[in-house]
Design a protein around this ligand. Structure first.
Ligand SMILES: Nc1ncnc2c1ncn2[C@@H]1O[C@H](COP(=O)(O)OP(=O)(O)OP(=O)(O)O)[C@@H](O)[C@H]1O
Ligand SMILES: [Mg+2]
Length: 254
């Protein structure tokens, strides 16, 4: 009987519109046996999303209420214990208009080769098969229990003004409501960005950076081994390379 696979969970965190899904899709095409796990799927049902105490709109962003934390943690633990990743379900991303940020095919091919050689060497040494869960989420580094489950911890840092601009250009967002194949179209209410989204992001990430400075602070150590990618000042090839280096370094040692 073959051994159960070893699961490596790769966190891809950062603010909304920081480029998490874009990076996750590139990594998925490089890593064999990989699926994307969307943190949005752990949002509570709409009727349970809390109201913001001041602005009286539903608050999908403040960390304590935005995710059903115990459900997410037990899901990640289960995946690791059983070695079973869920099949890639259809995410709603295909409904969201996206500017494609390409990766040079030669770089993709190079990394596919590097990873394949690593997997072959492992198989030759009798190691179990590796499967990769790419955990894509805007609140990955808030809960210590979630951080603990992530083997590689990538964070995309993008300046505030760029995030706001990208979010404005999005014009509505199809959220993942499993029962509704077309998703629910979410549009930000007026002032939602400055009153709700950005303050909640800062609250949830202040402890990750020295001095609570999410824009420029060095990693505080809350998230051990954080791979901080200043994605605006690097190419997609560099972002993918830094990610793959960290993933391969981990995979070589397990
Ligand atoms: N490296 C990049 N350079 C320029 N634009 C980028 C880059 N990465 C992503 N983008 C653009 O930013 C927008 C948001 O990207 P993406 O959907 O990947 O972000 P996200 O972090 O998954 O957002 P959300 O948390 O809201 O799902 C898209 O229009 C995408 O094309
Ligand atoms: Mg996304």
């Amino acid at each position: 009987m073959s051994k159960k696979p070893r699961v490596i969970l790769v966190g891809i965190g950062g603010a909304t519109c920081s480029g998490k899904t874009t990076l996750a899709k590139h990594l998925k095409r490089i890593l064999p046996n990989s699926v994307i796990i969307h943190q949005d799927d752990f949002a509570p049902p709409q009727e349970l999303v809390p109201m913001h105490p001041v602005y009286n709109v539903q608050d999908w962003d403040a960390a304590p209420g935005a995710i059903a934390w115990p459900r997410m943690v037990s899901f990640l633990r289960h995946v690791k214990e059983t070695g079973e990743l869920p099949a890639d379900h259809r995410s709603h991303d295909h409904l969201n208009e996206q500017k494609d940020i390409p990766l040079a095919p030669s770089e993709r091919e190079r990394w596919i080769g590097v990873v394949a050689r690593l997997m072959d060497a492992r198989a030759a040494a009798g190691g179990e098969e590796i499967v990769f869960g790419l955990v894509d989420g805007f609140l990955l580094y808030w809960s210590a229990e979630v951080i603990e489950q992530l083997d590689v911890r990538i964070y995309l840092r993008v300046p505030h003004d760029v995030l706001r601009q990208r979010r404005q250009e999005r014009h509505g967002y199809h959220t993942a409501v499993q029962s509704d194949p077309e998703g629910t179209l979410w549009r930000d209410p007026p002032h939602y960005w400055e009153q709700i989204v950005y303050p909640a992001f800062v609250d949830a990430h202040a402890a990750v950076f020295e001095g609570g400075d999410v824009e420029a602070g060095a990693p505080s150590g809350k998230v051990a081994g954080l791979v901080l990618l200043e994605s605006l000042s690097m190419s997609m090839e560099d972002a993918v390379s830094r990610s793959c280096e960290a993933i391969c370094a981990f995979a070589e040692d397990v």
